[in-house]
Design a protein around this ligand. Structure first.
Ligand SMILES: NC(=O)c1ccc[n+]([C@@H]2O[C@H](COP(=O)([O-])OP(=O)(O)OC[C@H]3O[C@@H](n4cnc5c(N)ncnc54)[C@H](OP(=O)(O)O)[C@@H]3O)[C@@H](O)[C@H]2O)c1
Length: 368
């Protein structure tokens, strides 16, 4: 039987929480009877007995998303207990989480990024937090400040605030290469590293709202962590490809789906930084577990032009429709992951990422 548990937000205070933990211990409750506990008791058990027993409990925000699902899978396989936040636990799009191995160690909490109380309920009792959730729309949105920037920035500050209140030891924040590369003044030879930041004014002027949301969120997170003395590491992945665990297609996978479906005859011949979603999830765990990890980490594996990407795909899958023409693009960025590799990070060959993506898309019926 799948024992994935789901909790709505529990109004909580730290003193109330501690009292419940004490109460729970007095009554001799333990993890074994979790399925019969009420939601409040559950949080108390998780934050008391389980941690005391040497088990590590971590929170993953936006657990049902593309990257977060792989992260949850890896964490569960390593024996972590995971508090996963989702906006709507009953939504079918989160169903895949039930099928993960060790899903009995995954507890789902209903939490919106703009609801501090909901986030606190998920984070209390955790020694680590992986803040992954942020809006990643596949196209433009009518009100980007409200729909993109606000949840990214205020949501991140809520996560940090809740982590501080819950005395979390380490926070890993998923930023993006979008917070690094969007600038009118590129570095020499377009070679970007962790020193580079996207220019927020330039993001606004060029209406790159997603880049703006990620840049502001990461900047504010680093400032807030410094002010409050929180241990925060940020990871900035490039474009993620690779198999999907979830059933609904996410924005970065959609790019490859459209390329394979030949939806456009002409495409821009830009240079793309590409990284496998599984390698990103491994990177997040690596920076969490390595004590020496600090600051920002760019997470990129391959830099390829669209025409090179299409040539590789054509060799592997000659029968799909592909773009016929390319337009010149000034979008040329080379990104180094040296800092992450020095920490022990490895990545897959591009061909493996593409093959596993295509197989996954076929399995989801996206290429028919
Ligand atoms: N995929 C990439 O190429 C890529 C590259 C670099 C960085 N990133 C970053 O990686 C993270 C995950 O992206 P992804 O590609 O895995 O996208 P995804 O599958 O769309 O996941 C985004 C997650 O954020 C959640 N979310 C959005 N707004 C929220 C809100 N207001 N409250 C609570 N949850 C909210 C979504 O929940 P719902 O399911 O309820 O909408 C979803 O679970 C993001 O921070 C993104 O910026 C992605």
């Amino acid at each position: 039987m799948c024992s994935l548990l789901v909790f709505e937000s529990i109004p909580n205070t730290r003193s109330g929480q501690r009292e419940r933990e004490r109460e729970s211990r007095r009554e001799g409750k333990s993890g074994e009877s979790r399925m019969e506990n009420t939601a409040e008791e559950e949080v108390a058990v998780m934050s008391g007995g389980a941690i005391g027993g040497g088990e590590t409990v971590v929170c993953v925000t936006g657990a049902g998303g593309y990257i977060a699902s792989w992260l949850v899978k890896i964490l569960l396989s390593k024996g972590y207990t995971v508090h996963g936040t989702v906006r709507e636990p009953s939504d079918k799009k989160n169903e895949h989480l039930k099928n993960l191995e060790n899903s009995e160690k995954l507890v789902l909490f209903k939490a919106d990024l703009l609801n501090y109380g909901e986030l606190y309920s998920a984070i209390v009792g955790c020694s680590g937090v992986f803040h992954v959730a942020s809006p990643v729309p596949p196209g433009s949105v009518p009100n980007p400040e409200k729909e993109l920037v606000e949840p990214a920035v205020d949501g991140t500050l809520n996560v940090l605030k809740a982590s501080e209140a819950a005395e979390v030891k380490k926070i890993v924040f998923v930023s993006s290469a979008a917070a690094i590369c969007m600038t009118p003044n590129p570095p020499e030879n377009n070679f970007y590293d962790e020193e580079c930041w996207s220019d927020t004014e330039y993001c606004r002027v060029t209406e790159n709202w997603y880049c703006l949301s990620k840049t502001l969120a990461e900047k504010r997170a680093l400032e807030c962590a410094k002010e409050r003395g929180l241990e925060l590491v940020t990871v900035c992945p490039t474009f993620n490809l690779g198999p999907m665990l979830q059933n609904s297609v996410n924005a970065s996978s959609l790019f490859l789906v459209k390329l394979l479906r030949g939806e456009k005859d002409t495409v821009a011949n830009a240079v793309h930084g590409i990284v496998d979603v599984r390698d990103v999830a491994e990177a997040l765990v690596l920076v969490y577990e390595k004590q020496e990890a600090s600051g920002r980490y760019l997470c990129n594996a391959h830099c390829v032009r669209t025409c090179e990407l299409v040539d590789i795909l054509k060799r592997m899958y000659p029968n799909y429709k592909y773009p016929k023409e390319y337009t010149a693009s000034s979008h040329e960025r080379y990104l180094s992951s040296k800092k992450l590799q020095n920490l022990g990070w490895h990545f897959r060959p591009l061909e493996e990422t593409l093959a596993d993506s295509v197989e996954s898309f076929r399995g989801h019926g996206l290429l028919e």
